[in-house]
Structures are given as structure tokens and as C-alpha cells.
Design a protein around this ligand. Structure first.
Ligand SMILES: NC(=O)c1ccc[n+]([C@@H]2O[C@H](COP(=O)([O-])OP(=O)(O)OC[C@H]3O[C@@H](n4cnc5c(N)ncnc54)[C@H](O)[C@@H]3O)[C@@H](O)[C@H]2O)c1
Length: 372
């Protein structure tokens, strides 16, 4: 049952703390041409960590740096295994690098953050997906099936170079799930306890940008304008994630991702309609903003189902079974999520063991979330 929307006077009582993170953003088609000089602002010996698909961008930076690139690491693994960070730290230390650059998706950024954290080196990020990690001080490491995350200002990239031309070959299926991953950051920033008015504006605009971009990318994957809009949404989503706190949605993604090694952005994509359906009764105004920003017309009571419909239109995965979870994984996943989350009373709407069981079971099956 949906409660009434808060009145102006009660909404006006909401307090917040807004801390402005310092990062320099260079945005536009072709700006890979300034990536080397951006890195040179922080040091003359550059170590480049790049996704295998970003080979030519790394070659371009190496040529532009005129001998300044002292190490290149072209192998990255999802979820940042601890052993991969140890290996990369040794390479970067031996090369006596003064600045790090990462070119790639969240996996390349994550590996570079792991190195930046250990060696306390400045980082310049050149993202090629919509993950948003490049704007945050959040690091994550995986060991023995458990993902550990934390925040440290030292890992937040000093400069972020957003060049839509680097994303033209991002496959459409990954573009959609990565874009929905960005939308999920914005949705949680809207809900987050203590979100500032500015965070809410950025988060809503991030959803709008991505929602406008994705259908165009499906029609014309190499349209630089559409790619630019998506990357703009990714920037706003990463910023929103950085200045807010995460809730049920992200925590469930981390638990299931760590336990079952499910792919990051498809997992966010599948879970979002279900976590929205759970939280909507406690966040009527924010959920209305989510629907409006997505361009969806319909009642807040059916928000989860409407978002699920929207994902189907985009050809996105809609069930955990469809992204690699097995029937035998369902009960252990419910047990793990309940053990970690059931006593946490996460705002804005706590999820007890029966909520978590219903949510994970429905997401496994891919049932359209029920209206509340
Ligand atoms: N710390 C944070 O704030 C934060 C935020 C979001 C995500 N993450 C982390 O990021 C990781 C996921 O990042 P992701 O979703 O970007 O996945 P990813 O970096 O693993 O990339 C997904 C796939 O896309 C390919 N790819 C990347 N860019 C491409 C391009 N331009 N063209 C063609 N192919 C390309 C990669 O080779 C890979 O196969 C996870 O480990 C997640 O935890 C961290």
C-alpha cells in the first residue's frame, strides 16, 4: 500500500551534508588527444592500465606521451582479484611510475584503483563503459568469493577524460546493461538518506540522459551524439554515486556478485525492477522522479513492473537464471543475503528474510514484479 507523498513542509525538514569531491572532467569527442598531457600534470612517468579492447587508445596515449609511458598492463579481470592487484603493483613500482592512467570499463578502473591505493599514486581515468567508477573514491577487491569495498580519497581519479568516440564499439548488449547500471546508481542516489538537492538534480538528469541515449544506441551504435549522451549520463551517475550512500540494491548486487561471480552490469539490470518494487512504498516522490526521468507513464504502485517492461523493450536480461544463476544457487543466495542484510534495517524500507526470499526468487524466475 503506497503512503501519501510527503508535504512541502515535511520534505523541507530533511537535512543533508554535501561534500564536493575534487575531480577534473574533460569531456568531448576526440579528447583522447589530451589524455597524455592531462596525465603529465601529475608526473612525467606514466603507467597505463587498459582493457584489451582499448589497445589503440593506449597506443595513442603512448605516442602522445613521447617516451613518458614507462609501463603498460593490458590484461584486466572483472571484480579486481587481490592477486591481480599484487602483480600490477609490482610492475608499476619496478617502472618507477609517477602517475597512473586507466583506459577501459569498471574492471580496468578497479585494477588501477587497487594500485593507486597501495602506491598512493595519482590516477587519470579514461572510461569506455558507463560503470561510473571513474568518478568515485570507492575501491573493491575480491578474494575467496567475497568482495570487500571501501572508500579512500587517494583512489578517486584526479582527472577523468570522457571521449564518446572510444565507446563506439561497445557492444549494444553491454551498452544497455552498463547504461542500466548507471541508472541504478542514480536511482539509489535519489533514495539515499541525506541526499542533497544537487545530488537529486544530477541523479534525475543522469537517468534522463541515459534513457534518451539507449534506444538511439540500439538503432545506431556508432552515433557519436547518442554515445555522448550516454557518457554524460554515466558521468552524472558516477558523481551521484560518489556523493551519496548505497542501499539495498547495491548491497544485494555485491552479495550475489561476490557469492556467484555473476556479471556486474547484467546483475544490476536484473535486480533493479525488484529493488525498486520493494522500496517504492517508502519513496513515492523519488520513485515518481525515476519513472518521469525514464520517460515512463504509469502509477508508482507499479514502478517495478513498469521498469521491468522498459528493460524488456531494450532487450535487457530480466532474470537471474538468464545471466548464469542456477536453481541450486537460489537457497544459498537467500541465506547469504538474509544473514548479511536482514538485521540491518536499511533505509528507506528494511528488507526482512521473507522480503529477501521473495525478491531473489522472483528475480531468479524473471517474474514481472507485482504492483504494491
Ligand atoms: N568502485 C566503483 O565506484 C564502481 C562503480 C561501478 C562499477 N564498479 C566495478 O566495475 C566492474 C564492472 O565494470 P564494467 O561493467 O564497466 O565492466 P568491464 O570493465 O568488465 O567491461 C565489460 C566488458 O566490456 C568490454 N569493453 C569495455 N569497454 C569497451 C569498449 N569501449 N568497446 C568494446 N568493448 C568494451 C570489456 O572488455 C569487457 O568484456 C565491476 O568490478 C564493478 O564492481 C566499480
Amino acid at each position: 500500500m503506497i503512503e501519501n507523498e510527503p508535504s512541502v513542509s515535511s520534505a523541507g525538514l530533511a537535512g543533508f551534508v554535501h561534500e564536493w569531491p575534487a575531480s577534473r572532467v574533460v569531456f568531448g569527442p576526440g579528447v583522447i588527444s589530451v589524455a597524455a598531457s592531462e596525465a603529465a600534470r601529475y608526473g612525467s612517468r606514466i603507467a597505463v592500465i587498459h582493457d584489451p579492447t582499448a589497445q589503440s587508445a593506449a597506443d595513442r596515449v603512448t605516442a602522445d606521451a613521447g617516451g613518458g609511458v614507462c609501463a603498460r598492463i593490458g590484461e584486466v579481470v572483472q571484480h579486481v582479484p587481490v592477486h591481480a592487484v599484487g602483480k600490477a603493483v609490482a610492475t608499476v613500482r619496478d617502472a618507477r611510475a609517477e602517475v597512473l592512467m586507466c583506459i577501459g570499463g569498471g574492471s580496468a578502473t578497479g585494477l588501477a584503483k587497487g594500485v593507486a591505493r597501495d602506491l598512493e599514486l595519482p590516477l587519470v581515468a579514461v572510461p569506455t563503459t558507463y560503470a561510473g567508477s571513474e568518478m568515485t573514491s570507492i575501491w573493491g577487491l575480491t578474494e575467496g568469493g567475497r568482495k570487500t569495498t571501501g572508500r579512500a580519497a587517494t583512489v578517486r581519479p584526479r582527472t577523468v577524460v570522457y571521449d564518446p568516440e572510444l565507446t563506439l564499439d561497445l557492444p549494444t548488449a553491454i551498452s544497455v546493461t552498463s547504461g542500466i547500471n548507471a541508472i541504478a546508481h542514480c536511482v539509489e542516489a535519489l533514495y539515499a538518506h541525506g541526499s542533497s538537492p544537487l545530488t537529486r538534480l544530477a541523479a534525475a538528469e543522469g537517468i534522463r540522459s541515459m534513457a534518451r541515449a539507449l534506444p538511439s544506441i540500439l538503432e545506431r551504435p556508432r552515433d557519436v551524439g547518442a554515445r555522448g549522451f550516454a557518457l554524460r549520463g554515466a558521468w552524472l551517475s558516477g558523481w551521484s554515486l560518489e556523493v551519496s550512500t548505497t542501499g539495498l540494491h547495491h548491497k544485494l548486487c555485491h552479495i550475489l556478485g561476490g557469492l556467484l561471480d555473476l556479471p556486474h552490469s547484467p546483475l544490476h539490470t536484473v535486480l533493479l525492477p525488484y529493488t525498486v518494487a520493494h522500496i517504492a512504498p517508502a519513496t513515492v516522490a523519488e520513485t515518481r522522479t525515476v519513472l518521469e526521468s525514464l520517460g515512463i507513464t504509469g502509477p508508482v504502485t507499479d514502478a517495478g513492473g513498469l521498469i521491468w517492461d522498459h528493460h524488456r523493450l531494450l532487450g535487457a536480461p530480466t532474470s537471474l537464471a538468464g545471466i548464469g544463476m542456477r536453481e541450486a544457487d537460489v537457497d544459498p543466495a537467500i541465506a547469504e543475503a538474509s544473514a548479511i542484510l536482514a538485521d540491518r534495517a536499511l533505509p528507506p524500507r528494511p528488507a526482512g528474510p521473507s522480503d529477501l526470499r521473495d525478491l531473489i526468487r522472483a528475480a531468479f524466475n524473471g517474474d514481472r514484479p507485482a504492483a504494491c
